[in-house]
Every structure is written in C-alpha cells, then in structure tokens.
Design a protein around this ligand. Structure first.
Ligand code: ZN
Length: 393
C-alpha cells in the first residue's frame, strides 16, 4: 500500500506504537501509567495500543517485587531477542554496518573500504558486508528482521531510491531493490543523517526532546530534523538540506552546481580554499586543523580565521533554521565536529546575531563526539521502528 493510501488514523496509530516501543526501550522497565505520563497520552490509549506489541512478543510485561508496602507493579520491557537487525551506512569511501538486537544493542560491527562509490561497487559491498555480519550470529539466522540503510542526499524512503546525492554522485539509484535481491531481506532506506536523528532520539542527546536537528559538518553539511516528536522528511524526503541553503549569490560554487550554498561556505573545501587563497595551502582538512592548533605564526592565524569564517557561515545557516523552526536543540555531529573548538565560537556568535527574538536562547547547541557506528545503529533503529509501528510479527 502506498503511504497516500494509508488512512491518517492508521498512520497516527503506527507512529504512536513506534513511540511507545521507543519509550519502553529507552526508559524501561516502565509501568503503563509511567509510559502514558511520559508520552502525554491517556492511559486508555496506551492500553489500546499495547496488545499487538505484547501479542507479537516485541514487549513483555512482568511483575516486579513490591517496594515497601506497595503492591507489585507490572513493568513493561523490550524483548531484545525477538529479532536481530542489520544497519548499514554507505559512504563515499566505505560501507560500515552493525548487527543489533531489538533493543538496538550492537552485537557485531564491521566496515569495508570501497575503491569507488559507483552504485554497483557500493551496493555489492553493502550486500557482502551484510552476509559477513550475519555470519557472526549464525544462531539468529532465522530471526533477521531486515536491513536498514543510510545514504547521503535526497532519499525517497517510500520507494527506497536515492534520487540525488552530490557526495556520492548518484542520480536515481535504486538502493532497496538490489539489496533486497542480494540479501533476501526486507530493506528500509533513508537519508543517513535521518538515521542519526533516530539514534539520537532513542539513546542519545535527543531523548525527551520533541524538536531538534542533527547537523553534520565535514566535507558536506547534512541535516536531519525531528519535529513535534516525528522524523520530518518533507513531501518527497528532501527536507533538511541545510547545506544547500543559498546564503551568498556571489559566493563560491557548491558541489550541487549552484553558487554560495552554506556547504560551499562552511564545508571542508571552504576552509581549504581560504588557506589556498592566503598562500598557506593544506592538502587535507586534518592538516588544516593541526595548523590552526599549532603554536603561533602567521600561518596559524590564517588557519584559525579560515575555521572562524566557516563557523560564522554555519551560524548564519543555523540562525535561519532556528528562526524557521524554533528548535530546542541542535546536535553538531559528523567527522568535522572534532574541530568545534576552532569553528564553534564564531558559529555561536553568528547564530545569536542573526536569531529572531529568543530563537537562539531557546536552542541548546550540543557537540556529539564522533561515534562511528551510531549511523549504522540508527539505520537498524529505522527497521525496528517500522516493524513495531506496523506491529507485524
Ligand atoms: Zn549547494
């Protein structure tokens, strides 16, 4: 059934069931009353939503020992052994994956470098890595729920197609079809930063926060949004392309072929270009980071101002997003986040300078340390979320 054919009440029901499962996973063991309170639901709604999750053994309910003179309470918890799930991130230079249980605990992880990122190479590497990961859990071969895949760019999750990725140079690439055929598993595909949003929501900095963004910095500027408690993908999965916010019509060319996008002003290439133009060329961004953190000299001053300029552009982009969405938190992640000491102060300053009313004050900025398997773990969570939402066994 296409999403447009699903009745609205069914869609709300699926979302609520997925939220119930995620809350039990992150806050459990938890009583029905506590669960209703945390989700802002009336207890009868929770009672109505629980049977498919309990009957299909996704959740279990057990008595706890009485505390003091209180009666024993029935507490809900996730059944971690119901299924195992594979999560995968496809990047330009490597594919990385995890196997998790239903509580999103990582049971195995692996990664594989790829010689190029053509769809053929990347998808066959992802299929091979899936087999390798599953071979590490042979006892669970009949309990594999599915494969979740995160890919950069504009991903239509309903069809499993990557419509466009500047980073991978992909146009209309069917990701789900070939992987389904190669692995024999149900496949869920989403934008890779969206997989991080789900991971942060379930067990990271986004717990108990209903409106936040994950912004990844590095070669590209990515963004995923959770608005009013739900992943926000927009009409066709394009939402969150913060990196292509047009900030300067006279600015440098962007990887998307347009001029002056935020990514062209704040991504790694912007920093390297600044250094090149100032006569202090650096071959890699880590070389630029080392130079900016070195002890003194004019080259260090140039490197520091390159990061500050990128940070200021990022801050203007974040201000635009905060003014539009009134976010509670922005989580800065991605490989470039390690240079936060260099771009962070200028970023915060520009965010405050361009924020309307209390938009900057309302929004906490949090820098997440680099955790490589979080992307793939988030992709596994997408499979779990979809399955418990639909409550299929
Ligand atoms: Zn662009």
């Amino acid at each position: 059934m296409s999403p447009s054919k699903i009745r609205f009440s069914e869609l709300v029901g699926e979302q609520t069931r997925a939220e119930i499962f995620a809350t039990v996973l992150t806050a459990g063991p938890i009583s029905r009353t506590q669960l209703a309170q945390r989700l802002g639901l009336v207890p009868s709604s929770v009672t109505r939503m629980l049977p498919p999750l309990l009957e299909n053994d996704y959740l279990r309910e057990a008595d706890t020992a009485p505390q003091g003179r209180g009666r024993p309470q029935k507490m809900l918890h996730v059944n971690p052994d119901k299924h195992i799930v594979v999560g995968m991130k496809i990047g330009p230079a490597q594919v990385s994956g995890v196997v998790t249980d239903m509580a999103a605990n990582v049971l195995a992880r692996a990664e594989e470098a790829i010689a190029d990122c053509t769809p053929e190479t990347a998808l066959s590497a992802a299929a091979a890595l899936t087999s390798r990961l599953l071979s590490e859990a042979p006892e669970a071969a009949d309990r594999v729920l599915g494969l979740g895949v995160g890919v950069s760019g504009h991903v239509d999750s309903a069809s499993g197609i990557c419509r466009y990725s500047a980073l991978l140079d992909w146009n209309k690439v069917d990701v789900a079809g070939p992987l389904r055929e190669a692995t024999g598993l149900p496949v869920v595909v989403n934008n890779d930063v969206n997989t991080l949003v789900v991971a942060e929501r379930w067990f990271g900095q986004g717990r108990d926060i209903d409106s936040f963004a994950v912004v990844t910095v590095g070669p590209g500027i990515g963004c995923g949004l959770l608005l009013d408690g739900a992943l926000f993908s927009g009409a066709t999965g394009l939402a969150g392309e913060l990196g292509h916010l047009p900030l300067d019509p006279a600015g440098p060319m962007c990887s998307c072929g347009r001029r002056g996008c935020l990514e062209a002003l704040a991504g790694d290439r912007a920093v390297l270009r600044h250094l090149q133009d100032a006569g202090v060329p650096c071959a890699t961004i880590s070389e630029a980071v080392d130079l900016a953190r070195s002890s003194g000299g004019s080259a260090q001053t140039v490197a520091r101002s390159a990061f500050a300029e990128a940070g200021a552009a990022l801050g203007r982009g974040l201000a635009g997003m905060c003014n539009l969405l009134n976010l509670q938190k922005i989580i800065i992640a991605g490989e470039g986040a390690v240079a936060h000491d260099l771009f962070g102060p200028a970023m915060s300053q520009a965010l405050e300078a361009h924020a309307f009313s209390t938009a900057a004050r309302d929004c906490d900025i949090h820098v997440d340390p680099v955790r490589h398997d979080l992307w793939a773990r988030g992709a596994a969570c997408l499979v779990i979320r979809d399955a418990v939402g639909a409550a299929i066994s």
